[in-house]
Design a protein around this ligand. Structure first.
Ligand SMILES: Nc1ncnc2c1ncn2[C@@H]1O[C@H](COP(=O)(O)OP(=O)(O)O)[C@@H](O)[C@H]1O
Ligand SMILES: [Mg+2]
Length: 319
């Protein structure tokens, strides 16, 4: 697996504020890396460093093997950056907008018309080729901006909160477009302060809060490492304590809690195992005489995990 982005102890200070604190992360080539954290976490700062718009106070980062400190021109050639707000070149037609930036990338005049038409088709804006940028919807402006980041055919796209302010339909379109870019072999780093925006489309995620990277890696590994066990809620018509004793003797059971005041009365069982372990646990309860009316694993989705991890940090806990 080739690493396309690597940061090593990246630190950024603004006066007395430390916006990034020894951030070390890696993004493999071809990944969709969801960079998630609340406002002020340091996402934009990280992205600005990776796109050479900002020099880090200390630490180092590489994009496609080139240092963002020493090989800035090379980094720029391999990165397309879509900032979190749209530029002010609105008194232009869509194709003129792209042509303007193509010129700034020194793309030869003869090559531009086809390139621009191809990119407009890719982002589904061919029908807006001659429309004023000003008149485009926010979703269309985002897609045009994305086309702009692709003009020099970079291997890595860094998109800062592209979904913010988009309506649900435009978000779906954005997600489809990212899928297509990925199938073209692009690596995509995309930030959001809303985890659910990114959960389904990311192959990897990094969770950042107050300049600290709390977790980073492929989605399945993060889910596993942050969620060492599953909790099952068991509703019973029979005696809770007897059922709890049965559960305690079962393999893979970590902890059992009685909730006699629950509605209905129930026990909670932490299980360190897969669905087979859960099935065996249920069989054991029933065979032991427990009258089970409900047996359900609580769904810990990424959102739950995110809440737990970020709260842990906010309250000084370990995670
Ligand atoms: N140019 C700047 N000058 C001073 N502080 C800044 C500047 N840019 C960002 N910050 C501070 O750095 C922290 C991280 O900001 P940022 O990277 O924009 O976070 P995010 O993109 O996750 O919302 C915040 O506390 C922010 O106020
Ligand atoms: Mg930001």
């Amino acid at each position: 697996m080739t690493t396309i982005v690597e940061t090593k102890e990246l630190t950024q200070r603004y006066g007395g504020t430390t916006a990034l604190s020894s951030l070390s992360l890696q993004i493999p080539q071809g990944a969709v890396y969801g960079f998630i954290g609340p406002n002020g976490a340091g996402k934009t700062t990280t992205m600005r460093i990776l796109t050479t718009l900002l020099l880090p106070s200390s630490g180092e980062a590489w994009v496609a093997g080139n240092s963002v400190v020493r090989d800035r021109a090379a980094v720029r050639r391999s990165v397309g950056f879509m900032p979190d707000f749209f530029g002010v070149y609105e008194a232009m037609k869509s194709w003129e907008y792209l042509d303007f930036f193509a010129a700034s990338y020194d793309i030869p005049t003869a090559r531009r018309p086809k390139l621009i038409d191809d990119l407009l088709a890719l982002v589904d804006l061919s029908h807006k080729r001659d429309a004023e940028v000003m008149g485009l919807s926010r979703g269309m402006k985002q897609r045009l901006s994305l086309a702009r980041t692709m003009l020099h055919d970079p291997a890595l796209l860094i998109l800062d909160e592209p979904a913010s302010g988009l309506d649900p339909r435009a978000r779906v379109e954005l997600r489809e477009l990212l899928k297509e870019l990925r199938s073209m072999g692009k690596t995509i780093m995309i930030s959001s302060h809303i985890l659910t925006e990114l959960a389904e489309m990311s192959t990897h995620i990094g969770i950042i809060e107050r300049g600290h990277l709390l977790a980073s890696g492929d989605v399945a590994t993060i889910m596993r490492s942050l969620q060492p066990h599953r909790t099952f809620a068991v509703h019973l018509l029979s005696d809770l304590a007897e059922a709890a004793d049965l559960a305690r003797g079962a393999p893979h059971v970590l902890d059992v809690r009685l909730l006699p005041e629950g509605e209905p009365p129930q026990i909670e069982i932490d299980v360190d195992g897969d669905d087979h372990a859960a099935g065996e646990l249920l069989a054991r309860l029933v065979q032991g005489g427990a009258i089970v009316t409900h047996f359900a694993g609580q769904v810990n989705d990424l959102e739950d995990i995110f809440m737990r991890v970020t709260q842990g940090s906010a309250y000084g806990g370990t995670n």
